[in-house]
Design a binder for this molecule. Sequence first.
Ligand code: C2E
Ligand code: CA
Ligand code: CA
Length: 757
Amino acid sequence: MTNNESGFVLIVDDTPTNLAVISEALSDAGFETAVATSGERALKQIDRRSPDLILLDVMMPGIDGFELCRRLKADPLHQEVPIIFMTALADVNSKVQGFELGAVDYITKPFQEREVLARVGTHLNLKATQEKLKQSEARLETILNSLDEIVWSAKLQPFQFIHINPVVEKVCGIPAQTLLENSAPWLNNIHPEDLERITQLFLNPQHQQRIVAEYRLKDAQGEIRWLKTKAKIRFCENQQQFIADGITHDISERKQAESQLHYTACHDDLTGLVNRSYFIQAVDQVLTQQTQERFAVLFIDLDRFKTVNDSLGHHRGDQLLIKIAKILSQSVRPVDVVARLGGDEFTILLRNLCDDDEVQVIIGRLQQKLETSFELDENITVAMSASIGVVVGSSKYSSALDLLRDADIAMYQAKKLGKACHQLFSEDMYETALKKINLEKDMRLALRHCQEHRSELTVGEVEGAGSNQAQEPSGSKLEFMLYYQPIFALSHLALIGFEALARWHHPTMGMISPAEFIPLAEETGLIVPMGEEILRQALAQLQDWQTRYPSWSKLTMSINLSSRQLQDPDFLAMVDQAVLDYGIHPSSIKLEITESLLMQGGEAGFAILNELRARGFSLSLDDFGTGYSSLSYLHRFPINTLKIDRSFVQKLEPGVSSFEIVRTITELARSLRMDVIAEGVETTQQSDHLKSLDCEMVQGYFFSKPLAPSAADEYLAEIQAKLMLAKDSSEFQGAQAEHLKMLTEDISEEGDIAAAA
Ligand code: C2E
Ligand code: CA
Ligand code: CA
C-alpha cells in the first residue's frame, strides 16, 4: 500500500478506541476518513456524503452492522458502496452472514494495521475499476443505440444473436429483445432468393474469417430492404463455438438509386422499351450460352413514319411510337426482348423458337397488328405498316452487332420490296450491302477530291477559264464530272443549250451510271454537297462558253436537282452564291425537277420553287408523264417547261397511245403557258412526229449523245466558225446539223451510259 491512496472511508464502530486507531492508520495512509459510533449516526453521515467504502462493526447497540448493511443494499443510492465487516476472529457465522448480505470482505479483530490498509486499498481499487467499466459500458451502450447500423454478435451453430442493438427494430421491425430470445424471425425474413447464399457464407466458419454480403430482408410492413453486412468470425474458447461479430446497415436507398440508374441506362425514355445497348447485351448473352437455342433477330422500321412526324408534328410522332411499342411488346412472348434502337427503328429478339416457321407466324402476327390505323389525339388517325428484316441465329455469329447489321440489311431489302414486307437475310444481301458501303466510301472520297480541286482554283482562274483554248474547267482528271447533252429548238434545229449529266469515272470500277450513284448519294445525303459540286461545274462551264463564244451568249444549261437538295435549308443561299461566283444570270439556268418532288415537297418545297422563279431561274418538270400524273395540280406550280419522258417518245407512232399522250401533254402545256421538250429522241420518225405535234425542243441520241466537256467545246467552236462563214441561216442550220451527225458518230461511247438509258 502506498501513500498516495485516495478515497473516502467511513468507519462505523461503537468502540471509540477502535475508531481512533483505524482512522489514524487510514489518514496516515492518505485516505480521507469519517467516523460514526452507531448505525443511526452512520446513516446520517452517509446521507450527507456517500463514502467510497464502509468499515462496519457488526455488534452495535441500536441499528447493528447487519441491519445497516441490509438497509444500504436496499437503497439504490448506496447499494454500490462496498462494505467490509469488522468481526471477532472466531465468529464464522457472522462472516458468512455478512457475505450473504452483500459485504465484499471482512477484517478480523484485533486489527492488524497492514491488513486493514491492504483490504481497504484493494476494495477501493476494485470499486474504482468497476465504476470505470460501468461508465464505459454506458458510453458504449449510448453509442450503439445512436448508431444507424445494426451492431450484433451471434453464435453460428445454430445461428442465434447474443447481442444486437435496438436499431434493428427500426430496420426490420423486430425488437432486439425478441431476436435475442429467438433469432429465427430474422432468418425467415431473408429474401428466398438470397437465403441460400447467405446461409452458405456461414456454413463453414473459420476463425478470423471475414464476411461481406448484400441481401434483401422483408421488414415488418412486408417491404423489401437491402442490407449490407460486414462480419468477422472468431472461435470462442469459453463457449466452444464460432461467434460472428458484425455490422449491418440498410443500403435500400443506394440500391434504389442504383437500380434507377441501371433502368435509365437500359431503357428508352419515350416508350419504356429496352434500348440498343441492353438489346445488344441480351443477344450477346444468347450467343455465348452453351445451349443450342433457336433464336432470331427482327429489325423493324416503320414505313412513312417520317411523313407522319413531319406533317403531324413530333408530339404525335411520339404518340405513335408509344402505341407501336405497346403493340410490339404485346405481340411477343415474355422470353422475347423488344427494344427501340432510336427513331422509328425497333428490334426484337425471339427466343426459344421451335422451328423457322414460328418466326414467320410471329412476323405475320406483327405485321397484321401494325397494319391498323392508329388513333392519335384530336381524332387523328394514321395508317401504319412496317418493313421487317429477319436474321435467324446461327453458329456463324459471334457478335450481336453482326446479327443486328444483317437484320438491318434484310430490313433495307424488305423496304425496297415495298411497304409492309419482310425479308430473311441472305449472304448475297450482305455482299450487296458491302458493295454499297464501299461505293459510298469511294463517293465521299471522290467528292472531296472534286471540292479540293475547285478550292485550289483561285477566283481569278475561274473567271479566266474562258480566256484560251478548249478546256475542261473542273479538270479532266476528276472522278466526278459532267457530260453535256445538246438541246435543240426543233423548228429550226438550232442549238439552244445543254443538259448537264453527272458522270463518275471510278478508278477501278470504271464508269458508274448516275442512275446508280445518284440514288445512293440521295440516300446518304451526299447529294447535297455533290449537287453543289455539279452546279458549280456546270456554271463554270457555261461561263467559259458564254465568254469564249459570244454568239452563244444565250446558251442555256439544264441542271438536274434532287428533292433532297431542296430540303437542305442552305439550298437557296448556296445557289445564290454560286451564280454570283460565276457571274451567270439565272435566266440561263434551267433547273430540272421531278414530279415526286412537286408532290412531296409540301409548302416548303413550293415556296422554294417560287423563290427560284423569282430569281429568274427556269424550272423544267423532268420525266413528265411517269410520275403522279397530277395534271390537275400542275397549274399551281411555277413550272416553265414540261419534259416528256423518253418512254413516251420512244413509242411514238401515230395511232398508238403514246402518240395521244404526247399530244395531250403538248396541248396541256400550251394551255398552261408552258413549253415542251422531248427527251430520248433516237430516230428521224420520232423527231418528225414531235415536230408534227408542235413540240418546241428536243434532246436525244438522234441529235447528240451527252458529250465530254472537250467534245462539247469542240462542237461549239466548229459551229461558231460555220456561223461566221454562213451566208444565211438555213445554210448555217444545214451545216450545224451535218456537224452534229459527224460528231455523234465520232464520239466514243465512253460518256454515254447505254445500260442506264
Ligand atoms: P434524266 O434527267 O432523265 O436524263 C436523261 C437520261 O437519258 C440521261 O441518262 C441521258 O444520257 C439519257 N439519254 C439522252 N438521250 C437519250 C436517248 O436518245 N436515248 C436513251 N435511251 N437515253 C438517252 P444518264 O446521264 O444516265 O442519267 C440518268 C439519270 O440520272 C438522269 O435522268 C437523272 O435523273 C440522273 N442524273 C444525271 N445527272 C444528274 C445530276 O447531275 N443531278 C441529279 N440530281 N440527277 C442526275
Ligand atoms: Ca434531266
Ligand atoms: Ca428525264
